[in-house]
Design a protein around this ligand. Structure first.
Ligand code: AMP
Ligand code: ZN
Ligand code: FE
Ligand code: FE
Length: 285
């Protein structure tokens, strides 16, 4: 029998663009026998605050306060923060500002879609969101419901992704600012899913070195979509640069129906000992 325990350090709740509430996520993680779960919503700690205020300490599972911040880059670069103080004033003020940038973007995306003949209103999109964050997955969900596309993934691939006709960028923090914000709030800063950066080999390594200069602490070396080879490459780079290793599924519930909590597409396994190293580094053990 497999006695190792597993964790998932990248999940989204209804506070951003997942479909499970924070409490449901934790329940589900216990059902899946995970030893720890981090909730890492986009630009909001509302979900984590709820959970921490309501459940204080859960004896069955470790719940790690997290965040995922999009930072300036020619494509999409996301920085994850772990063990942040979710009541930190500067963190909360800055996240509020980032949410404003995001809210200014949504009408522009809808305008583009409307020009292409897809009739969608902001009210319809807002009705899909349960928390403070309205993002592209909510727009994609409305497109699917109205039959404009057959899946959320198709909405991204044809219209919403970087480089596609309805993509709109938004004002973001620089990578250095994002990393500093997380660390000022007491957390560790981790590069999320580097596979989406579309830089390989030496080019990626140069980028990683700059992020390390900016204060980066770790890299997501286990992720639902990685091949075994990609996983090994990221692990080797993390070892070379003495980065903390993290991993997660990027679970979004029904907004990414093929990805399950903890196991991703089915064979993802993120061992608990990674978390022990992180906690030791933070002086928490
Ligand atoms: P936004 O927060 O509005 O920038 O949208 C980002 C969200 O869209 C992230 O949660 C991504 O995981 C999600 N996303 C990006 N590409 C896809 C895709 N092809 N299918 C489903 N979700 C996606
Ligand atoms: Zn998301
Ligand atoms: Fe992300
Ligand atoms: Fe994510």
């Amino acid at each position: 029998m497999d006695m190792e325990r597993y964790i998932d350090l990248h999940t989204h709740s209804t506070a951003s663009d997942g479909t499970m509430t924070p409490s449901e996520l934790i329940e589900y993680a216990m059902e899946k026998n995970l030893a720890a779960i981090a909730i890492t919503d986009h630009d909001t700690v509302e979900g984590v605050q709820q959970v921490i205020r309501n459940h204080a300490v859960n004896p069955y599972i470790e719940v790690i306060p997290g965040i995922e911040i999009s930072v300036e880059y020619e494509g999409e670069m996301h920085i994850l923060g772990y063990y942040i103080d979710v009541e930190h004033p500067l963190l909360n003020q800055t996240l509020e500002r980032l949410r404003e940038f995001r809210n200014r973007r949504n009408p522009k995306i809808l305008e583009k879609l409307n020009q292409m003949g897809f009739s969608i209103t902001l009210d319809e999109v807002a009705a899909k969101a349960n928390g403070e964050i309205i993002g592209r997955p909510h727009i994609a969900a409305v497109m699917q419901e109205k039959g404009f596309v057959s899946s959320i993934n198709e909405a991204f691939e044809k219209y919403l992704d970087v480089g596609k006709p309805a993509y709109v960028s938004r004002q973001r923090l620089t990578p250095r600012e994002g990393i500093k914000l997380i660390k000022d709030a007491g957390g560790i800063a981790v590069l999320a899913h580097p596979v989406y950066l579309e830089k390989k080999g030496v080019e990626f390594e140069e980028l990683l070195k700059r992020l390390i200069d900016d204060g980066l602490d770790g890299m997501e070396c286990y992720y639902a979509t990685y091949s075994k080879m990609e996983q090994d490459q990221y692990l080797a780079l993390a070892a070379k640069y003495n980065l903390l290793v993290t991993g997660g599924s990027d679970f979004h519930g029904r907004n990414k129906p093929d990805i399950d909590l903890g196991t991703g597409y089915g064979d993802l396994k993120i061992p608990y000992y990674l978390l022990e190293k992180i906690k030791k580094g933070l002086g928490r053990d």
